[in-house]
Design a protein around this ligand. Sequence first.
Ligand code: ADP
Ligand code: MG
Length: 581
Amino acid sequence: MPIEVLSEKVASQIAAGEVVERPASVVKELLENSLDAGASSIQIRIQDAGKRLIEIQDDGSGISARELPLAVARHATSKLQNAEQLNSIRTLGFRGEALASIASVSQTMLISKQAEDQTASRISVDGAASSKVEKIAATTGTTVRVENLFSHVPARLKFLKSDSTERQQIYTLVSRYALAYPQVRFHLEEDQKLILQSSGNGNRREILSNIYGVEIGKAMLEVSFKEQDISIEGFISPIGITRSNRKEISFFINGRWIHDAALNSAITQAYSGLLMVGRFPMAALFIQMPAEMVDVNVHPAKAEVRFSESSKIFSAVQRAVRRAVLAFSPVPEMQPSRMWATSYTSTSNQERTPGLDWQMSADIGQKNPAGLQPGPDQPATFSQNETEFMPLLRLIGQIGGTYLVAEGPDGLYLIDQHAAHERVLFEKLIQQRSEPAIQPLLQPETITLPPHQAVVLEESLDVLTRLGFVVEEFGNATFRVRAVPALFTKYAPAELLRAVVEDSEEDETPLKGMLEAKIASRVCKRAAVKGGTQLALEEQVQLLRNLEQCQSPRTCPHGRPTMIHLPVEVLERQFGRRGSR
Ligand code: ADP
Ligand code: MG
């Protein structure tokens, strides 16, 4: 084929791929435009997870009728005039390609009015063709309406994740921006349902409470740090509030949300030694620094940045966070007596370290319960090892508060107590699911989740009901737990439900049938006795006996091994008793 210059339409569709990956990226670009226009109120409406409609209305400075066609043209911007200014960008936008990109992959309409104008004007773009500008009645500010995103570009549609994932990303994004711009009023609704609202009164803690619930809103620690030309404000979680992943850590640099792995690790390092392995803090930090110190022109989506003095920023974040954590948390002392005591029976620790649930072993009489037929529903690990049996073991003891040591007919066994308990709980939970034994709570517990997690819980309610949870939706991302499976009477119900939503990966779109096993395994993982918990002798024995009853005793529901076997021959070889003579 001959070389030809691409048409404007194709060029902008290609460029759109970098800017507009998914509905949430459209929301991000439009939000940023509204913020750049100095809006004090931003209303976002979406339909069908943003695929049918994304509409953002602001009360910002607006665009004149004359400039409206330019707003949707590629490389047209009011925010940058020359290359030098690239070194000190103070606006969120500057590339002049977002609206053009969005318009090239959707049907887009802009209505805008500047304060000094009598009437508003409107322009529509369908693919690349734009209409002429018409006069229309509207208030000062701008409304951008994006319909049928990617409908001309089926290749992109195909790459979108499930609606719930796309929706979660939008909710997360809007929550973050609401927190970053507390003086701006945000309102997000989907299909006429209010998802999130902030008052614009400047109070960040109030917004935290809207997003995460009052309890977390109250508990979060304030960060306020200034050193030379770097200032850091925001919130971090106290050591008692943790998450199973880093998703609730976010950074804004000069008002721009960014993703930066190094800053993430600056935070986790600041907590080092204070959190359990595998647990992460929550954090929302708003960093201000001279615009010259940060290069935002790294990628079209503008979520990656480069710092001119990255180690200075890294260390500032680490110290700011460490200082706040230590100021509010008792410095943990080495308390061997507590670590090694059978602390699981006392409920005095605020941090629950539940021990084995005795109730679960009450009905252990029947062997290899027939009801337990792993179907195609269950994860592979569940059925894979059906034939793998586990010999009867004689318990020797526990080491490091974490492993059980046992002797079998063919050598030594080391058993990971957490993984083993996970397996035991999981099989019990799945096995009783047709008629779950339910324990009503004396006092129903209320749990409020951030909107993006509330979606996940809503979608999990059917499964949870089948497993023996009685959870009611209370509206506004609030749920009320009335009963839990009898298996879990000893655990904090809210913690178990949080496990369902937190451990769910943003991008996972489990097959319907897998959902049950996934949810069950998350709950069991949270409930299972942790490593580092000393167990009484009878509990160690009971755990071994329960594990023997399992269909797949050798792996935890996530597929990790529950036990390591050291055969007699290996021991003999290692000691030079065999083979070497
Ligand atoms: P950029 O934000 O990088 O300049 P965009 O394509 O996002 O590029 O927007 C193009 C131009 O349209 C902006 O520079 C701005 O002048 C104008 N514009 C877009 N959205 C708004 C809005 N909500 N309010 C006022 N002006 C806007
Ligand atoms: Mg922009």
